[in-house]
Ligand binder design. Structure first.
Ligand SMILES: C[S@@+](CC[C@H](N)C(=O)[O-])C[C@H]1O[C@@H](n2cnc3c(N)ncnc32)[C@H](O)[C@@H]1O
Length: 319
């Protein structure tokens, strides 16, 4: 339930919860082609659950100084209510914890596993580091829970990350806000990472297309669209990482992908995302796939790094 008295610190601004929602919605609505899902904002969850025909219900809660997205399975809830005669309390809630990710991946990088396929695909060699690392620009076209974005920041990239699901994007926005607050007392190394992180809402393809007419192009584009649910990478890969509540995340993803349900449409979206990325990247495009899923573009592929369940296909532009 939303408590109206809360004040939210956002940079220099101090918002009420209501103003904060409005601020986020306004940010998003600058992207004209996607409607913000109003059903999950600004309303009392309990009032709406019974009037909602869906079996699942998603809404934002304000808890411990951050926005959380809660997910309620009405069928499960009904059973538990009948059995235990209890009120609606055991929701699953989800938020993106960037601080834990930053701490976890910064520590991991101090002693990296040289066989880790992600490390092999992305780590920046010392000779490049000695050049102008600040300008080593990577676009994470499919930000999701930003786990990979954070890893890439620890490697030294400047990361611009795109997220087209408004449900997830709003969580990301709030996670950056809370991370800045939490890290303000922490080591400068950790807070500095966020200075190289730019989160942008909407479909990355529009942005990449617009780059065609500018002089500055990204060095690397990273794609992890995971349209093919059989790759199941999100569940398998994240076991050891800080953002554990992947069940909720997957439900959110399903919700946000609902509009383009047809497999064929998803595949052609994926191909167009790859084509435009390959056109603009000056060094390489890296695509994360399920280990047994076929490559997005066999002909252009340079090499792959294979892990237990996932594979990173590298498409080099400079050989
Ligand atoms: C598998 S998740 C990415 C997980 C991410 N690599 C991580 O480490 O947390 C894919 C995400 O990309 C988003 N997405 C897919 N296609 C996109 C596009 N064309 N532009 C922006 N976001 C996109 C989806 O909404 C979803 O949140």
């Amino acid at each position: 339930m939303v408590a109206e008295t809360k004040k939210i610190v956002y940079g220099e601004n101090l918002f009420s919860l209501q103003e904060y929602y409005q601020f986020l919605i306004n940010k998003w609505s600058n992207i004209p082609h996607i409607a913000f899902p109003e059903f999950c904002l600004n309303q009392s969850a309990e009032d709406n659950i019974d009037n909602n025909n869906n079996d699942t219900f998603i809404f934002y809660d304000w808890e411990s100084g951050r926005l959380k997205l809660s997910y309620l399975d009405k069928i499960r809830e009904k059973k538990s209510r009948e059995l235990k005669r209890k009120k609606i309390t055991d929701r699953k809630s989800y938020y993106i914890d960037l601080v834990s990710s930053i701490k976890y991946w910064t520590k991991t990088l101090k002693n990296p596993s040289r066989t880790d396929p992600f490390y092999r695909a992305f780590h920046i060699k010392q000779d490049l580091k000695n050049m102008n690392i600040k300008d080593y620009w990577l676009i994470d076209a499919t930000c999701g829970a930003a786990e990979d974005s954070i890893r890439l920041l620890t490697y030294g990239y400047t990361v611009w990350a795109f997220e087209r699901s408004p449900l997830i994007w709003i969580l990301l926005e709030d996670s950056i806000r809370t991370a800045r607050l939490e890290l303000s007392e922490s080591s400068s190394e950790e807070i500095k990472l966020l200075d190289r992180f730019v989160l942008l809402p909407g479909d990355c393809r529009l942005f990449l297309e617009s780059l065609g007419v500018t002089k500055k192009l990204p060095d690397v584009v990273y794609l992890d669209p995971m349209y093919n649910s059989s790759s199941n990478s999100i569940v398998v890969e994240r076991k050891a990482s800080p953002n554990k509540n992947m069940q909720v995340f997957n439900i959110l993803l399903e919700k946000s992908e609902e509009e383009s349900e047809k497999e064929s449409e998803k595949e052609s979206e994926e191909i167009s995302l790859f084509d435009i990325s390959y056109m603009v990247a000056t060094d390489k495009v890296v695509v994360k796939r399920g280990k047994h899923i076929k490559k997005i573009n066999e002909k252009r592929s340079s090499f792959s790094y294979v892990g237990k369940s996932t594979r990173f296909d590298v498409y080099k532009k400079i050989v």
